[in-house]
Design a binder for this molecule. Structure first.
Ligand SMILES: C[S@@+](CC[C@H](N)C(=O)[O-])C[C@H]1O[C@@H](n2cnc3c(N)ncnc32)[C@H](O)[C@@H]1O
Length: 243
């Protein structure tokens, strides 16, 4: 039987806040079922699928300068978890996140991401940054240094149209758009092939989806896809694709 998790509608939007099993909050559209994270634990999933499986956690622990590209900033969970780890380990981080609909600060602050961070003020700094840009955000590049060693860029645009401004290659790509049936254009071979070209040799492309079609797309794009165990209590398998 499906477990019911508490949800609270956000007035004037299609989204409700859902409490996930690790007590982190995510957003869900109750009509379509589209959600930003797994109901079995949003923060745990983010840490496992993105930070740990990509090798980013380990790199930051070793204080290896790290560059991450995220496709789908969403609530900023991946960003804040990575930034927090980089600050804890005093490690240089360049984080670029692509998003075509950066959520307003009023919604972000309801998600209480500070409860999951070693440096909780990062969550309010992130909300304040978003608030300072105003409610109607135009397409563009928004950049700020959170601490002297950690630099964040939000590319507010359709990921399909995005091209990196310089030659930087990334150590990891957190590939986190909505599911292939919702965002088919981003799960296509040409787009994923382009993403592959942005990784350093040996860089990792990580995502939550392991279905046969996605595995074939990754292989067609030149990756070696590998299914690995998912987070405890969550998806059975998730994806690590190596260059
Ligand atoms: C699953 S959520 C990402 C969750 C996020 N990684 C986090 O940690 O909170 C997917 C995100 O991808 C964004 N998205 C979907 N299609 C996009 C596109 N074509 N270009 C840029 N962003 C897109 C959505 O707006 C949504 O915020």
């Amino acid at each position: 039987m499906r477990r019911r998790r508490p949800t609270t509608p956000i007035e004037g939007t299609r989204w409700s806040i859902q409490m996930t099993d690790d007590h982190s909050r995510t957003l869900i559209d109750p009509v379509t079922g589209v959600a930003f994270h797994s109901a079995s634990g949003g923060f745990a999933e983010t840490k496992h699928v993105y930070l740990d499986n990509s090798g980013v956690s380990e790199r930051l622990r070793r204080r290896q300068t790290t560059a991450v590209l995220e496709v789908g900033l969403g609530l900023g969970m991946g960003l804040l978890a990575t930034l927090d780890a980089a600050i804890v380990h005093c490690c240089e981080l360049r984080y670029v996140a692509i998003e075509n609909n950066w959520l307003p600060a009023e919604i972000l602050q309801e998600l209480k991401l500070d409860e999951f961070l070693t440096k909780p003020s990062l969550a309010s700094d992130f909300c304040a940054w978003r608030a300072s840009l105003g409610p109607e955000l135009t397409a563009g590049r928004y950049q700020r240094a959170f601490e002297p060693l950690q630099d964040v860029t939000i590319e507010h645009c359709n990921a399909i149209d995005w091209h990196p401004p310089d030659e930087t290659r990334f150590d990891a790509i957190y590939f986190d758009p909505f599911a292939p049936n919702v965002n088919p254009e981003l799960w296509s071979t040409p787009f994923i092939k382009r993403m592959r070209g942005m990784l350093v040799p040996g860089g990792k492309f990580v995502t939550y989806c392991v279905n046969r079609k996605v595995r074939q797309t990754l292989a067609d794009a030149g990756f070696t896809p590998q299914r690995v165990p998912g987070p405890i209590g969550g998806k059975r398998e998730v994806m690590v694709a190596k260059c």
